[in-house]
Design a protein around this ligand. Structure first.
Ligand SMILES: [Zn+2]
Length: 261
């Protein structure tokens, strides 16, 4: 069973749909029920079956579903008509170590796989460019959101026109971090007073990763009123979304994607 939830922009962008899959009838199996990620220990047949079901649902050929092999870095790949002509191995090579995708193409679904990390989708209604990014805390510190916006600008888009949405990911209350992580955010220039909260009872620091990415998108030129946050926490809802902090890293990933028709 394939279930998805819409991921909404503040102002809908014509022809563009963003969404995330949910776990459906999740059971004790950490890959249940739908997982499209092929590098976190799931069986190939389960991953391929899920991808095929999504393509059927979207009415696109299987090779029009594109997702990167993420590595918590800030590299961006552009999925253009040249990419679409590459063979299977060449594509995989291009998608290695990539955490964000941009495409000018219609009918191509680009997405990322996350379990607590922050998925971001961006659409530019003027150029028609769409993008998706995976921002864990490392990618957030490395400002992957900025990398995506800047590349879209190089491709002719203006941040003033862009709409962004931040999807299912870990909430501040769930995201306890060590002080070394707080330091990295500080060193990277984040306003720590805005994104970090230290709970009195535990003395532990918690970071609001969703807000950190919203502020980064804003810094890159997108109006705050053009950035939505889904406010759905993966760790608070592990039966609905995959959560690495609940299920361990050997588990499925929630697929968050965008497509323009
Ligand atoms: Zn939570």
């Amino acid at each position: 069973m394939l279930l998805s939830e819409p991921l909404k922009f503040a102002t809908p962008v014509e022809g563009v749909t963003a969404f995330n899959l949910t776990r459906g009838d999740a059971d004790a199996n950490p890959y249940s029920e739908v997982n499209l990620c092929n590098y976190t220990g799931d069986s190939t047949i389960h991953v391929v079956t899920g991808r095929a079901a999504l393509c059927e649902h979207l009415r696109i050929p299987i090779d029009h579903l594109v997702m990167p092999r993420q590595t918590h870095d800030n590299r961006v790949a552009v999925i253009d008509s040249q990419f679409m002509q590459l063979n299977f191995d060449e594509r995989n090579e291009r998608l290695q170590g990539i955490d964000a995708l941009i495409t000018p193409l219609t009918g191509v679904c680009i997405g990322v796989n996350t379990a607590d990390c922050v998925p971001i989708v961006i659409a530019d209604p003027v150029t028609g460019l769409i993008a998706v990014a995976h921002a864990g805390w490392k990618g957030t510190v490395a400002r992957i959101a900025t990398q995506v916006v800047q590349r879209m600008v190089q491709m002719g888009a203006n941040p003033a026109n862009m709409q962004a949405a931040i999807g299912v990911s870990i909430c501040k209350r769930c995201f306890e971090v060590g002080d070394e992580v707080v330091q990295q955010f500080e060193q990277s220039g984040f306003d720590i007073g805005r994104i970090m909260h230290r709970y009195k009872a535990t003395g532990k620091a918690h970071i609001n990763l969703q807000l950190a990415n919203k502020l980064t998108l804003h810094e890159a030129g997108i109006a705050l009123s053009h950035i939505t946050i889904a406010h759905r926490c993966s760790r608070c809802n592990p039966h609905r979304y995959f959560s690495a902090r609940r299920l361990g890293i050997n588990s499925g990933r929630t697929f968050t994607a965008i497509i323009r028709r």
